[in-house]
Design a binder for this molecule. Sequence first.
Ligand SMILES: Nc1ncnc2c1ncn2[C@@H]1O[C@H](COP(=O)(O)OP(=O)(O)OP(=O)(O)O)[C@@H](O)[C@H]1O
Ligand SMILES: [Mg+2]
Length: 248
Amino acid sequence: MTGENAILLRTTGLTRKFGGLVAVADLNLEIREGEVLGLIGPNGAGKSTTFNLISGFIKPSSGSLEVFGRDCTGLSPTTISRLGLTRTFQHGSYLRTMTVRDNILIGTVHWLAGASSSQRMKRVEETAAILGLTPHLESIASSLPHGLQRLVSIAIAFATRPKLLCLDEPLTGLNQTEVGTTLNILQSFRRDFGSTILLVEHNMKAVMSVCDRIVVLHHGRQLVTGTPAEVRSNKQVITAYLGSNHAA
Ligand SMILES: Nc1ncnc2c1ncn2[C@@H]1O[C@H](COP(=O)(O)OP(=O)(O)OP(=O)(O)O)[C@@H](O)[C@H]1O
Ligand SMILES: [Mg+2]
């Protein structure tokens, strides 16, 4: 990873208020091509609000958003996802009563407006294979174990082969084996597809092992940005979030 990699996403002074609460305050975020960037911080720090802002689900109170070099401030989620930024939702983003196959198919809707149904089916099957979901394609999503349900959400987002994939707590509720499997899948997105990943996660072991850089949010503000080693040993971060048992 070098500092010369293209900047895929840049926020400038991005701010979102909910009444008197400033959920995201003056955020200057840069995501570089090919990196895994972690976004961490305590509950309520503004991580999911940041996801909602950069994917167009909510509009900023002030500040701007540039995605793939284009000003995307105020643009719709559909427009932003068609440009190549997709995201998952913290509490799952799949349709519970539909099969895994149909869920992933939904992920291809915004991909290539002119794609034929056989091209879409091929994409669904390739995506399922990458995520280890092939044996479950005909299962109803809600009937799967929790770990596989989390993978279905990722599969829907990855079906578009996004340039920038934003994952909101993909490891929540997973056991150690499932965490390992999911991290391997993220590594393969990066290695085999050149994906850039923005990762919100509370599992610090995972964040420290997979991220190139980490941004720490606290009360909506950017507290520290640095490598995992820098973040882990930063006194402000330890006080605000990690606790002393995470110190390097
Ligand atoms: N739609 C909304 N209306 C009012 N307040 C909101 C809204 N969305 C988020 N907030 C508030 O903004 C702050 C940031 O919330 P956010 O969900 O972004 O935190 P988070 O960092 O994702 O936390 P967690 O780790 O618990 O998921 C919180 O105080 C939350 O209550
Ligand atoms: Mg959140």
